[in-house]
Design a protein around this ligand. Sequence first.
Ligand code: GAL
Length: 667
Amino acid sequence: MYYGADYNPEQWPESVWPEDIVRMREAGVNMVTLGVFAWSRIQPDEDTFDFEWLDRIIELLHDAGIAVDLATATASPPPWATAKYPEILPADENGAAYWPGSRQHYSPSSPAYRRLASRLVTRLVERYAKHPAVVMWHVNNEYGCHLPQDFSDSARDAFRKWLRERYESVDALNEAWGTWFWSQRYTSFEEIYPPRRAPYSHNPCQLLDFRRFTSDAMLDCFRMEKSIIRAAGATQPVTTNFMGPFKPANYWQWASELDVISDDCYPDPNDPESFRTSAFARDLMRSLKPDTPWVLMEQSTSALNWRPSNAPKAPGQMAALSIQAVARGADGVMFFQWRQSRAGAEKFHSAMLPHAGTGTRTWSEVVQLGADLGSLPQLPAGAMDARVAIVVDWENWWAVENPDHPVEFDYLAQVQRWYGVFHRQNIQVDFVHPSAALDHYQLVVAPHLYLLRSADAANLAGFVDDGGHLLVTAFSDVVDENDQFRPGGYLTQLGSVLGVALEDFGALVPPGSSGPGRKSARVRFEEEAFNGTYFAEQIQTAGAEVLARFTSGYNEGAPALTRNHAGAGQAWYLATVPDSSGLGLLIGQVLDAAGVKPVLSNLPESVEAIQRGNVLTVINHDDVPAAIDMSGTDLLAGEAVDKVHLGPFGFAFIAGHAGPPNYSAAS
Ligand code: GAL
């Protein structure tokens, strides 16, 4: 179990370093991420490298038994680099440069940036590849953070090259992009630009391809650095820090290139529900590389600096959120950063060692958490045994949020709502790509799978055929991978397994917007009713039974929820986006049918329960104590219990809980 933080010793006089080391040991720190933003310190000008300070701090850490996750420092080019090679700078949609003076001001496509970055990494790994203190390599930092897309000339050139490789001929590109529309026919790749500011809507496939290209361009930078690390003979695992569900980078694609997944996660202490979004991020990280523990690479000990209001964490909250990561598959709990900065934009950002010193609540909680993590039982990797999977696909995310659709909605927010219903009920969930092996799951939920490749549709249909329960929601199976309609209407691939046909999307005015028009459609579901939002699709059954109907609007009396028995399984279709009461009702029924159960029931709203192997972790995310009836062995207290008392933000690890399993035979 790693415990530590980003460590930026270059911000401090060397006389402070010995005290850092003493305090790190006191806190139980066993790994630090070193040098994330140290490029200008390591390479003060193009021809000078200064590693001596880095040698000294690595030796100090090593002598103290503290391992190093060595950063490659390529995320913030020094002023000399951008002054000499201004083509490094990225540009916005208008072609205007993002200037130096902050960080992350580089175009991933810039040959000059790549050349300078490779030189830096080459020198760094030559020196430290075999250093016994270095246990991990931390490539760059948060690829895409601050600058989700770069529209510079470097990006233009690289985008053309990328398109040439993807399509081989400009005719193939014209076909994929549907360029007879609006006279967009290209005669050469040289005529193509990134989707810079234009009078009106861009070609949707151009937007989609630019998203693909952007993710690939950043991934190429990662690959470039990783290959330099490997070429130097370094054998340590290589990572780069992800940012939870981050739209610009297709993490499914990235995950296979990382040896260890690591994540930065900053839930807002002002939001009492933020522990659910952090749970979502943790489950996503675990799902990206099942069976391999991931590392919580950054979180805060308390307040941040970058929200309009930066509340401190409540007493105990830092530990509760850290334990949440461990319970959901992490084998490392790290912070940004070790010692609070004295200067710079982040000087109000909390740290393990606060500016106010060691007499603080933060410091005592840091020391306590270090001790707790040190005495934790070994939890088996990847043993969460989730029976529910939620389909997440970055390409779909990009396409479904393209402009000019029946109604705008936030894909991630909807996926998080589905996750939230399961999380509230302590049902364990994995995330899957639509092409993933699904045979382990009893229920697969595919929210708004607008872009659906044929092979993935076949995979989902096969899952039903083999006895699974599939729930597909509105605005799914609409386009192919080029964001074009398929011949034959909508639901052309899943219609037969769902037993429905779709005629119209029935767009509603998004909830919360002030314009005129219908915001919801009433739906009758057994003895209850709920509101449907965003879509009130006009569907007809083609074999499916109707479980709920719209009771208002143009399609009054038409089906809103259907179920089709297909092969050995069942396929459900939901023609709207239910409000929260509707979500609860519906999921209750689907879970019953699929035979999936919570790991623990009847818990207070603020308590989550997670099963990893034979250990149940219960965490209270509120300042009100909670008591839970459950028996087993409390692993931290080392005693048998038949009731677990959780203080404010308290947690417990219970082994051998004799409860029912979290699934049964599907009905
Ligand atoms: C992250 C970043 C860190 C630090 C932190 C502050 O995005 O990787 O360097 O800036 O945010 O919360």
